[in-house]
Ligand binder design. Structure first.
Ligand code: 6R9
Length: 662
């Protein structure tokens, strides 16, 4: 089964799954009629609708106006002040609920066969976050400064980000799987002067050398004045005197009194980099008030969160280094006063049942993961699932890429015991929170479709003139009205922001995904319409991988495309023109060269960008005007028969050669 086949078969998909009556009866939104009524009103009267949601949160000063909109610039909750960290923590403490658990953390590796689990209450968080906020201040961090965070999945990562939000510093979190040059690029783009990291992080019982990667990055830029190092794996690290400080030394004896800064609703909360279709990653900007309101509401509705149920335990398996972790491990969850589970390590360590073992031991109620993980579990075998009691689960979610119906049905049967509604959530780093998704108590789902727009979201599928296309015809997905957690820009690049998102279909937000709407009004995402590929749920720019390849000494030119991959959804296929003679296909020299190129990409960009296939060649199929025929490369990579017209090719023999070299 592959991603591409699934798109084909989706047109025939006709299975329907209604929410179980018992679930619907207790849900925040319990019928499709109720959803439709609320949705229509949210589109007709957006300001009144969002104001009612915002009123459920804490504001130091109320807004004068809900929305000021002049495309592409939105200002939400104009004139209001608030603090997201305050809404995550202090509010619960002030309501007398400080002893309740906020974050449950499970470590890797398992010590003595017993997993180490840490519970952090709202009181614990308030103390630790306030202390660390004072540490940041003591190092000169001020409101508006960009703080870079490059850590593993330890509670201190949550503490660090919340501490930034508390004092109004803008965090820029870098996924721990990225390499030194990615750190350098982001530090320089954000002009960041302080960086927080760990000595190392645990993944599959191996130490990931985070601090060593930072050291390498900081040899390439001198912007960073202070590095704070949290000790996790106790691996050997080099500490540069005057620049590097241990987290525990700085926290020792510092005051735990640090009131939350009053932030303007439109003050920058964080930047998070996402791949674009040109080489350079985009620093997506999110601001305080709107992002808070949207992630709060969508967490509550999509997962039907119940703060007053003492058994409620929500688990999103993403890394906090991605938007999913930002919005749906921390910022959307804590204001909902629901326990959120964070885990360190990998889905198959210590065994291929790690997730199900965790669900059983912790009695997880709401579970959110990616299709790529689901497909991996399918492949590893049902026996790892069947030995665990998963009866605590109530809602299952997916995010990151289209889910093929087979994986959806497996998730429904094997994990959800045919009783849990599945929410297939479509959204992006740029949208901040859920945009298209079923609501678990209201929506009759169909495998592979992310169903309907979230409340307040005006989504449509249009042609390039912005006109809606008929049902079941493919088109461009657009969002026609502003929403609170929309990106406010690309850090330092106004022009790119306007061009990337607002010019394809004038006046509407264009996420660069293709889609269609079926006759029931359900949305189906058909894939990216730009040069971004979604690999194992991660956005990768093909251009970025191409530039990494070209910086290898043996590479003259490279073209990268996606191809259907059983587990990752999309795999990475690279076509490389070598500088010297092309080694014979299958020879040791060819294999060694490919290996060295792969390792080079992993080093430049991180292991997730490593090509799954490399074809070494003396030429690439190009049109006479010199354009690489990417569509043709996609077919070759997928092993498809070439049906396209290749008459415009400069050298037609090249296609056969490439097919033979795969
Ligand atoms: C949250 C996140 C965004 C891109 C997006 C789309 C793809 C995400 C999806 C989905 C189909 C879903 N995508 N969720 N495609 N169905 N439920 O993943 O953000 O990393 O920015 O990626 O991922 O192509 O445009 P981000």
């Amino acid at each position: 089964m592959s991603g591409a086949e699934s798109t084909e078969s989706n047109l025939q998909e006709n299975r329907r799954f209604a929410p179980p009556a018992e679930f619907a009866a207790q849900a925040h939104i319990g019928s499709i009629e109720e959803y439709e009524k609320l949705h229509s009103r949210s589109i007709a009267e957006p300001e009144a609708f969002w104001a009612e949601v915002a009123e459920q949160l804490h504001w130091f000063k109320p807004w004068d106006k809900v929305l000021e909109w002049e495309a592409p610039d939105a200002k939400w909750f104009v004139g209001a002040t608030t603090n997201l960290c305050y809404n995550c923590i202090d509010r619960q403490v002030e309501a007398g609920l400080g002893d309740q658990v906020a974050i449950v953390w499970e470590a890797e590796p398992y010590a003595d066969g017993q997993p180490q689990v840490v519970n952090l209450t709202y009181n614990d968080l308030l103390r630790e976050v306030s202390k660390f906020a004072n540490v940041l201040k003591s190092k000169g961090v001020q409101k508006g400064d960009v703080v870079t965070i490059y850590m593993g999945m330890v509670p201190e990562l949550a503490i660090a980000m919340l501490a930034c939000a508390r004092i109004g510093a803008v965090h820029s979190i870098i996924f721990g799987g990225f390499s030194a040059s990615a750190i350098r690029d982001r530090v320089e783009d954000g002009k960041s002067k302080l960086l927080i990291t760990c000595d190392g992080s645990w993944r599959r019982a191996k130490n990931v050398p985070l601090k060593a990667n930072v050291d390498e990055a900081l040899e390439m830029t001198d912007l960073i004045e202070n590095v704070i190092v949290y000790q996790r794996t106790e691996c050997e690290v080099h500490m540069t005197v005057g620049r590097d400080h241990w987290w525990h030394d700085l926290m020792d004896g510092i005051s735990d009194d640090c009131p939350a800064e009053e932030m303007d609703a439109e003050d920058l909360l964080f930047i998070l980099y996402t791949s674009g279709s040109t080489g350079k990653p985009k620093g997506i900007m999110h601001t305080t008030g709107g992002y808070m309101v949207h992630t709060y509401m969508t967490s509550k509705l999509t997962f039907d969160l119940k703060p007053d149920d003492p058994d409620e335990l929500y688990w999103c398996t993403a890394d906090i280094g991605w938007i999913t972790g930002h919005s749906y491990i921390i910022y959307g969850l804590l204001p909902n006063r629901v326990r959120t589970l964070m885990y360190e390590g990998a889905p198959n360590e210590p065994g291929p049942d790690r997730f199900w073992d965790m669900v059983e031991r912790h009695k997880v109620t709401k579970f959110y993961t990616a299709p790529t993980a689901i497909r991996a579990f399918m492949k590893w075998g049902d026996e790892h699932v069947e030995k665990h009691d998963l009866s605590s689960l109530k809602v299952l979610g997916t995010v990151g890429e289209p889910i093929n119906p087979e994986a959806w049905v497996w998730y429904h049967e094997k994990i959800g015991g045919e009783r849990c509604p599945i929410v297939d959530t479509w959204w992006q780093t740029e949208t901040g929170g859920h945009m298209l998704t079923p609501l678990p108590g209201a929506t009759t789902t169909t495998p592979g479709s992310c169903c309907r727009p979230m409340l307040g979201i005006d989504a449509a599928v249009v042609n390039s003139d912005g006109e809606e296309v008929p049902n079941n015809s493919g088109g461009i997905l657009v969002i026609r009205k502003p929403w609170p957690s929309m990106l406010r820009g690309i850090y330092g690049d106004r022009q790119r922001f306007v061009q990337t998102y607002w010019e394809k279909v004038p006046g509407m937000y264009c996420p660069a995904d293709g889609a269609r709407v079926d006759p029931d009004g359900n949305f189906w995402i058909t894939g990216r319409i730009d040069d971004v590929i979604v690999v194992a749920g991660h956005n990768l720019g093909t251009m970025e991988i191409e530039s990494a390849l070209v910086s290898h000494p043996d590479v003259a030119e490279a073209a990268v495309v996606g191809f259907p991959h059983d587990v990752k959804g999309t795999g990475i296929s690279a076509f490389v023109i070598t500088k010297g003679a092309v080694p014979a296909p299958g020879s040791d020299a060819a294999e060694a060269m490919k290996k060295s190129m792969s390792a080079h990409v992993a080093k430049e960009l991180g292991p997730i960008s490593k090509p799954d296939q490399i074809r070494l060649t003396e030429a690439l199929p190009k049109t006479r005007s010199g354009k690489i025929m990417r569509r043709l490369l996609r077919d070759i990579a997928a092993g498809n028969e070439i049906k396209q017209d290749t008459t415009t090719l400069e050298d037609r023999g090249i296609v056969e050669k490439l097919q033979a070299s795969g």
